[in-house]
Design a protein around this ligand. Structure first.
Ligand SMILES: *Cc1c(COP(=O)(O)O)cnc(C)c1O
Length: 380
């Protein structure tokens, strides 16, 4: 096995898949019978551990689904939104909010959108006005950390408004879950959705939703799809504790190990502390080189940081990317934001040493490019 941090196996400074622990990778070195009691037990434990992360024991149930995070989002929306009589308000400030609206279009579920700029969280007062103005709105769809720009959206405030107006909240918490506190006893939501390969530092292949039991029980027959029907998936687990269709066995075994490491680090608080320290090192170091972040610090989630593209024409992003990769660090190779920018993640099995190593690699790349000033172009 090569060593992470080398050109042949670079550290991933990306929003997931991300750099995983060796023990997590090693957990994939055995095969599991998907209907074997040991594997069934492993699944039951994982599902309970995920519910406990949001303090939902007794009232919530975790329903996993094969595929990436998007599959879990689509499955949750298709399962929880009735085919008739519901209308969703989608809060959008980036690509993942936009993606939920696209899913609803394809599924033929009615919706409206409340969109803000990619560097602006939704305003709870404006949300309140919109819910008051349209009684036909039944659900609010919200992205907790919008990974597009890396912005942290205000879950508790949004949840309070939605609850006060008697509507239902569904949260795409993909890049927040496990590193940003989410408490089902403080924020009323019907579902939070995440995946194996983000802050819990597993490998990709499984998404999951943590869904309020009574909302899920009422969702029979809503789904537009057999494989993405989370009510049916849940009923399968209730019946014999098994997946309906072939589960990603190795991904699940690795995820169980990743959860052990998560617990050993001190759960959400421990992971949040390491990611926040990583983010601080990255932002301070890049600012010292003249880079500017898209977001002010108070809106920045400690997950992924968006930097404005330097104005110097000698700064060629492709060359910059290749130089970092050759030094053992892979960053996100494209922009999702409207602003001209690039992103560097600070999640995964990375600590202060790796973040400082990445900054040294950035300095070397800038030298190679002949760039000494990294300030972005001024707005005209
Ligand atoms: C990663 C992510 C997803 C899911 O993306 P996949 O590529 O399907 O794993 C959804 N929402 C957010 C906010 C994300 O960060």
């Amino acid at each position: 096995m090569s060593k992470p941090g080398s050109p042949s196996e670079p550290f991933l400074l990306t929003p997931g898949p991300l750099t995983t622990a060796r023990a997590t990778k090693e957990a994939m070195l055995r095969d599991w019978g998907s209907r074997d009691p040991d594997f069934i037990k492993l699944n039951a434990q994982i599902r309970e551990r995920l519910v406990a992360i949001v303090g939902g024991q007794g009232t919530y149930v975790c329903v996993p689904v094969q595929g990436s995070g998007t599959f879990a989002v689509e499955a949750t929306l298709g399962t929880l939104l009735p085919r008739a009589g519901a209308k969703a308000l989608v809060l959008i400030n980036g690509a993942y909010g936009t993606r939920m609206a696209k899913m609803l279009s394809i599924m033929g579920r009615p919706y409206a959108i409340y969109e803000t700029a990619e560097d602006a969280p939704p305003d709870p007062a404006e949300l309140d006005r919109r819910l008051a103005a349209d009684p036909s709105l039944t659900h609010v769809l919200f992205v907790h950390c919008e990974t597009t720009a890396g912005i942290l959206n205000p879950l508790e405030k949004v949840a309070d408004v939605v609850a006060k107006r008697g509507r239902r909240l569904i949260v795409d918490a993909m890049s927040a879950f496990g590193a940003i506190p989410i408490d089902s006893r403080k924020s009323a939501f019907d579902a939070v959705i995440a995946s194996s390969n983000k802050n819990l530092e597993g490998v990709p292949g499984m998404g999951y939703a943590i869904i309020k039991k009574n909302a899920l029980a009422a969702a029979k027959g809503n789904a537009h799809s057999l494989s993405l029907d989370l009510h049916d998936q849940w009923q399968g687990f209730e019946k014999n504790a098994q997946w309906r269709f072939t589960p990603p066995t190795h991904v699940i075994a690795a995820f169980a190990k990743a959860l052990d490491l998560f617990d050993a680090e001190g759960g959400v608080a421990g992971r949040n502390a390491r990611y926040a320290a990583n983010c601080r090192i990255l932002v301070d170091g890049m600012r010292a080189l003249g880079f500017e972040t898209l977001l002010p610090d108070h809106l920045q989630a400690p997950i992924i940081v968006t930097f404005r593209m330097p104005a110097d024409p000698k700064f060629k992003f492709e060359t910059f990317y290749e130089s970092l990769k050759a030094q053992g660090y892979v960053i996100y190779p494209g922009k999702l934001t409207v602003a001209d920018s690039f992103r560097m993640g600070c999640i995964g099995q990375l600590g202060a040493t790796e973040m400082k190593g990445a900054l040294d690699a950035v300095k070397t790349a800038l030298k190679q490019l002949g760039v000494s000033a990294c300030a972005p172009a001024r707005a005209a």
